[in-house]
Design a protein around this ligand. Structure first.
Ligand SMILES: Nc1cc(-c2ccc3ccn(Cc4ccccc4)c3c2)n[nH]1
Length: 240
């Protein structure tokens, strides 16, 4: 997979060269290219913003640099991802869809956003555009969202994670939140690891983990709870 990220703060994306995406790049699974949007400005001040038509506070990102950037890097075969507070919510299902793509181009806006004609022109040119929000809170730009999206997608790339089965069990993959995890020491500051996890009964361990996942989901994210599981919750006090 090739991912192009465009930003006026390209150093913000350097974190992607560490941890997961860093390994994916070295293994050849990921071709990550970070671009400074100001590359496509031509004035002395390398201007990327201007006042909004219709008035209002703040500034808006000019369309020209984006247009020239997309012309040069090309959008053919790519999904153009545009983080924005007003986008569709980015979920694990979105990450799974995007992990199947050949190319992603992520346009990180700043200020009050990008001139709407940039997305309009890209779509008219045949690009598949997805405006995405990573949650109902307001950031100052798209870079944090780009970091989250890249990490969520890259870790799903086929053949990337050392042990693919670990992807099946984790949160949001089966619709439930993850169960509590433990490691050595068996007792720590007077707190013990649940006995069932230290025994060898894998059936009992699997049941315990599913029960904890159901309980946790019912308590913290009832909206995620599949109706089919409500019956199984009879014995849990989920009021608190
Ligand atoms: N989930 C999520 C995404 C964003 C986001 C993404 C890109 C941009 C570009 C500029 N801003 C600042 C902004 C604040 C308010 C209204 C409009 C723009 C952005 C915020 N915030 N929260």
């Amino acid at each position: 997979m090739r991912i192009d990220v465009l930003s006026i703060f390209p150093d913000y994306l350097r974190a992607l060269d560490l941890s997961l995406p860093g390994r994916a790049q070295r293994s050849g699974l990921l071709d990550l290219r970070v671009h400074d949007l100001r590359t496509w400005t031509h004035d002395r001040h390398r201007t990327v913003d201007d006042t909004p038509y219709g008035g209002g506070a703040g500034m808006v990102m000019k369309p020209e640099p984006w247009g020239e950037a997309f012309d040069e890097i090309g959008l053919e075969g790519a999904v153009l991802l545009v983080p924005t507070p007003s986008g569709e919510v980015f979920r694990q299902s979105t990450a799974r869809e995007l992990a199947g793509e050949e190319r992603l181009v992520i346009a990180c806006g700043r200020y009050e956003g990008i001139d709407a004609r940039v997305v309009e022109h890209a779509a008219a040119g045949g690009a598949r555009v997805r405006e995405v929000s990573i949650g109902d809170y307001v950031l100052n730009g798209g870079e944090v969202a780009a970091l989250a999206v890249v990490e969520a997608v890259v870790r799903l790339l086929p053949g990337f994670m050392g042990n693919p089965s670990s992807l099946v069990e984790e949160s949001h993959e089966d619709g439930l939140l993850e169960y509590p995890v433990y490691t050595k020491p068996p007792t720590w500051r007077g707190l013990d690891v649940p006995d069932v996890l230290r025994g060898g009964d894998h059936g009992a361990i699997e049941r315990w983990r599913r029960e904890r996942a159901l309980e946790r989901t019912a308590r913290r994210r009832p909206d995620l709870l599949p109706v089919s599981q409500l019956a199984a919750l009879g014995e849990y006090d989920v009021a608190t």
